[in-house]
Design a protein around this ligand. Structure first.
Ligand SMILES: [Mn+2]
Length: 308
């Protein structure tokens, strides 16, 4: 039997790393030789969770051997996969983003509009009646709480809430306390450069004929990021030029106040944001009350406007 490599997206967030580790347990218990990998440096929140639970960070994904097949978690867009991936080796996709994969033959595919990929992995454990270890149950709870911003993001579904309760029957954690510690770690700028702030949760998208970069920084302390705003804008401009992007945006998401300051690096971005979101314009930024989700509240709206 071939070996399977399970990997999330580049610039991995907590959900991307945790769903890979949990899927490793799932596929191992289903009889596969499975290994979780990561497609980049983990963020401070993910490092905090794995350290707290005593779980090793997966190794970086690298070139695939001939006998290795791939399970993609938390993404399916080729531009978001690790650089050395060979898409002909993808056998399974488990994801909660829009489908953009094209394959030569049939593959297994589980995509649902649900709050996190961790929720989907939990669902698969329960559906297949496979026992979840306490530590994986704890990790999956962290993955759900992280990706749904403690069940406040508009991406949150009833399933996510039910799955959290089912998981906690095994995990037995104080979720409120845990999530407060997670968000504190997520908001920490310790050891984080301006380039890191942009890169840590950054994705590029094809919107019509445009290449668009959208970075996010979720925080309970937006002031600490705003202090570096001019440096961040300059770094975004550099990235826009280096990656030959048509537009670049950056969201500073206030997890507690549930809003987003959308940084706007130039006239093009200001014009587009005014047209699409129509929020209150400040100095190279727009305040968007109630907006916290790139996937649901930013990317579809920009894509629609740029596809006309
Ligand atoms: Mn996710």
């Amino acid at each position: 039997m071939s070996k399977i490599i399970i990997v999330g997206h580049k610039n991995p967030d907590t959900d991307s790393i945790i769903s890979a580790i949990a899927a490793q347990e799932l596929f191992s218990k289903l009889g596969f030789e499975a290994q979780a990998r990561r497609a980049g440096e983990a963020n401070n929140e993910t490092k905090f969770i794995l350290e707290k639970l005593g779980v090793a960070m997966p190794e970086l994904a690298s070139s695939l051997n001939d006998d290795e097949a791939v399970v993609l978690v938390d993404h399916n867009e080729e531009s978001q996969s690790f650089d050395q991936i060979d898409y002909t080796k993808v056998r399974y996709v488990i994801d909660h983003h829009k489908m953009s994969i094209k394959t030569d033959g049939p593959i297994f595919c589980r995509i649902e509009p649900i709050g996190s990929t961790s929720s989907l992995i939990a669902k698969m454990f329960f559906e297949k009646k496979i026992e979840i270890s306490e530590i994986v149950a704890q990790m999956l709870m962290a993955g759900i709480l992280s990706d749904t911003l403690n069940l406040t993001s508009p991406t949150t579904t009833t399933d996510d809430k039910i799955l959290l309760e089912e998981l906690n029957a095994v995990a037995k954690i104080d979720a409120e306390n845990f999530v407060a510690e997670m968000f504190k770690a997520k908001s920490s700028l310790e050891g984080i450069s301006v380039e890191d702030i942009i890169r840590i949760d950054y994705k590029t998208f094809e919107m019509g004929s445009n290449n668009v970069g959208v970075g996010t920084w979720e925080t309970t302390m937006p002031e600490s990021v705003n202090e570096k705003k001019s440096e961040i804008i300059q770094a975004l401009i550099n990235e826009k030029i280096a990656a030959k992007l048509d537009y670049i945006f950056f969201m500073v998401v206030d997890i507690l106040k549930q809003n987003c300051q959308l940084y706007l690096v130039g006239e093009k971005e200001i014009e587009l944001a005014a047209r699409v979101f129509g929020g209150e314009l400040g100095e190279q930024e727009m305040l968007l009350p109630g907006v916290v989700s790139r996937k649901k509240q930013i990317v579809p709206q920009l894509t629609e406007a740029l596809s006309k």
